[in-house]
Write a protein that binds this ligand. Structure first.
Ligand code: FDM
Ligand code: MG
Length: 212
């Protein structure tokens, strides 16, 4: 029997679309089915680079240059590059809460931040086998419980980010758009079904690298 790798699954979406809940539930359900799965979250605030990012997000007086913070978010993914590949190569699926697409979306909506420039630091990272985009209408976004105090947590930024995600979903392969307005359980069943198919589909294929 040949070796089987894990699947690399990403969930993207605006704030409060339920990404973290769905990621957790996927890892749980895969485990119940006897499939190895691990959860990663970006930004990973626990590393030294993640600490700088966390400070930038929570302290709005922090005046870090837009390109510098963009590169820190990308570096925070690069420091997990080997971990992701090792897990996948050991037959463990990796479920990720936000990835390069969040990095590109949140940075490229800023003034003088060219989207093609924003994509470059992401090139060469492991490419997800499947990206779920959890979507909310503007009305649904507005009706969800209030924002916290972090940078980017306001409705205009969320709307701009949503538009970038929508373009990715139209242009990239392996993206699946899911309404985040359904119940947690219904969404989970939908995601799980697709993930199980993907796990089978990619088990003998090589891990690809991101390119844009
Ligand atoms: N964010 C997240 C970015 O600006 N760039 C990135 O590369 C990533 C992964 O950080 F507003 C933004 C998105 C969000 C903030 O993310 C923190 P969480 O998921 O809300 O903790
Ligand atoms: Mg948030």
């Amino acid at each position: 029997m040949s070796f089987k790798r894990g699947a690399f699954i990403v969930i993207e979406g605006v704030d409060r679309s339920g990404k973290s809940t769905q990621c957790r539930k996927l890892v749980e359900s895969l485990g119940v089915k006897g499939l190895k799965a691990e959860l990663l979250t970006f930004p990973d605030r626990k590393t030294p680079i993640g600490g700088l990012i966390s400070n930038y997000l929570t302290d709005k007086t922090c005046t870090l240059n837009d390109k510098a913070i963009h590169l820190l978010f990308a570096a925070n993914r690069w420091e997990k590059n080997e971990r992701i590949k090792d897990l996948l190569n050991n037959g463990c699926s990796v479920i990720v809460d936000r990835y390069s697409y969040s990095g590109i979306a949140y940075s490229s909506i800023k003034k003088d931040m060219d989207i093609n420039w924003c994509m470059q630091p992401e090139v060469g990272l492991p490419k997800p086998d499947l990206v779920f985009l959890l979507t909310l209408t503007d009305e649904e976004m507005a009706s969800r419980p209030g924002f916290g105090e972090e940078r980017y947590e306001n409705i205009n930024i969320q709307k701009s980010v949503k538009a970038v995600f929508k373009k990715f979903a139209e242009c990239e392969d392996n993206w699946k758009v899911i309404s985040a307005a359904d119940t947690i359980d219904k969404i989970h069943q939908q995601l799980l079904k697709d993930v199980l198919i993907k796990v089978k589909e990619v088990e003998t294929s090589p891990i690809e690298n991101l390119k844009f």
